[in-house]
Design a protein around this ligand. Structure first.
Ligand code: PFF
Ligand code: NA
Length: 452
């Protein structure tokens, strides 16, 4: 189990395979569904700017650290952290970091699967011509009907969870690498087509203005926390997903370079999604702060009126489904890897156990959109609560701990040996991981608590 050169779970076939898998994990609902709606809820440009700063100054250095820790530990995040803590001769309780990540992944997947289920439901709505010639009111009604139906949502959530488990059971290598190779570029192309449509929509300038001209009066401590949390969420950081993917990475692959590719692709997809959606929001007099239904109430309008809209509509939701799938498998992988390592069960059983538990919580999330929508804790329904707890609190806290471990606990000679960077590059990373990233997360937390 402590073999340093290879993980017992296998290894990516190449550096390119790792980039695909990690990009698959990063690019998902976070970019296309979540980024636009939280940008709408938090006032636009200033929020986007804070998010981009967080990606650059916190996300990128922490991604480098997380991949590095994974590759050095070569096991599930819990065991990786325990092994590396022992190597660094520090408190074995660093293993708790792995535990928190595993739990966060579980909580995220519970609602992630429900939203992925929405996109599956929309594949069929698109296929049967449901968007054709619709107006904003009809599209909203279509979404409201889905929200009001526990049966439909549970059905799609179940299908999505089942497919996720099927893929994870087969191990990450078997087919997923190949699928992502085709799907990611295809998603990119459709987004560009949607951007082109948005440019012709009349409210293009207004959309761009909303996204890119910062108005800092619209931003408060909670918006800053959301932007920072989203930087972690969108890059799959702070919970061990990227760490466990890193543990399957062959040695002597440049971790820093791959990180730039992954973060670059992720950011590009999010911005393209925003540029495609906000002009439609303004052109149709929709509310920017609509919330989680935003893309489901805007994009069908575009598909319903553009030429080729039927085809693009079906393709778009198929690709969104695949983007969600390549992320969901990474959300459950830390738990599956740990169960296999510590509970002496095979991959199949580990998938069934963890998947079933996650499915159950997901059913409760479905109810939070209808029958339990009145049930609130801290003024949040279950979906909002899980989202806040994981993206805004657990992931940044996990990221903070990863930064402290990589920057202060582990021998810097070991970090240098793993990263194989030119001296200046290594120093830049070290500065960001030791000071900038931890301080930024800490200050934002204090700011939210009202201490600073
Ligand atoms: N990064 C994914 C997205 O943007 O949709 C979500 C995600 C995947 C978050 C894996 C966390 C994670 F570990
Ligand atoms: Na993302």
């Amino acid at each position: 189990m402590t073999d340093k050169t290879r993980s017992i779970h296998g290894e990516w076939s190449s550096r390119f395979a790792f980039i695909l898998a990690a990009t698959g994990s990063a690019v998902g609902l976070g970019n296309i569904w979540k980024f636009p709606y939280i940008t709408g809820q938090n006032g636009g440009g200033a929020f986007v700017l804070v998010y981009l700063l967080c990606v650059a100054a916190i996300g990128i250095p922490i991604m480098i650290a997380e991949i590095m820790l994974g590759r050095r530990g070569r096991q599930s995040p819990i065991n990786t952290m325990q092994t590396l803590a022992a190597e660094a001769k520090v408190d074995p309780r660093w293993g708790y970091l792995g535990w928190m990540g595993m739990i966060a992944g579980f909580l995220i997947l519970a609602y992630y699967s429900v939203i992925a289920g929405w996109s599956m439901a929309y594949i069929f709505k698109a296929f049967f011509g449901g968007f054709f010639g619709t107006d904003a009111g009809e599209v909203k009604q279509m979404f409201d009907n889905l929200m009001a139906s526990p049966i439909q949502q549970i059905f799609w959530h179940t299908v999505f969870m089942f497919i996720t488990m099927q893929v994870v059971m087969r191990g990450v290598k078997g087919g997923l690498e190949k699928a992502v190779r085709f799907l990611m570029p295809a998603l990119f192309v459709i987004l560009i087509i949607l951007v082109a449509y948005a440019m012709a929509s009349g409210a293009y300038a207004q959309g761009i203005h909303f996204l890119f001209s910062p108005d800092f009066s619209k931003i408060n401590a909670d918006a800053i926390l959301t932007a920072m949390g989203h930087a972690f969420f969108t890059l799959s950081l702070g919970m061990g997903a990227i760490m466990v993917y890193g543990s399957y990475l062959p040695g002597h692959v440049s971790i820093a370079k791959t990180t730039f590719y992954i973060a670059g692709a992720d950011t590009a997809v999010a911005l393209l999604a925003g540029i495609a959606i906000f002009p439609l929001v303004f052109a149709n007099q929709l509310e920017v702060a609509t919330g989680p239904g935003l893309i489901f109430q805007t994009l069908p309008l575009a598909f319903g009126h553009m030429s080729g809209g039927w085809l693009f509509g079906v393709l778009f939701f198929v690709l969104l489904f695949f983007a969600a799938l390549t992320s969901s498998i990474s959300l459950i992988e830390p738990a599956v890897a740990w169960l296999v390592e510590n509970k002496n069960i095979d991959r199949q059983k580990a998938c069934v156990w963890s998947g079933t538990a996650c499915w159950g919580l997901g059913v409760a999330v479905v109810f939070s959109f209808n029958v339990w929508s009145g049930f609130k804790i801290f003024d949040k329904n279950l979906f909002e609560l899980l989202d806040y707890l994981t993206a805004n609190l657990m992931l940044p806290l996990g990221g903070l701990c990863i930064a402290v471990f990589a920057g202060w606990m582990m021998k810097q000679a070991h970090a240098e040996q793993e990263l194989e960077l030119p001296a200046q590059g290594f120093q830049a990373w070290q500065f960001l991981i030791k000071y900038v990233a931890p301080a930024a997360v800490f200050i934002v937390f204090l700011h939210v608590l009202g201490v600073l």
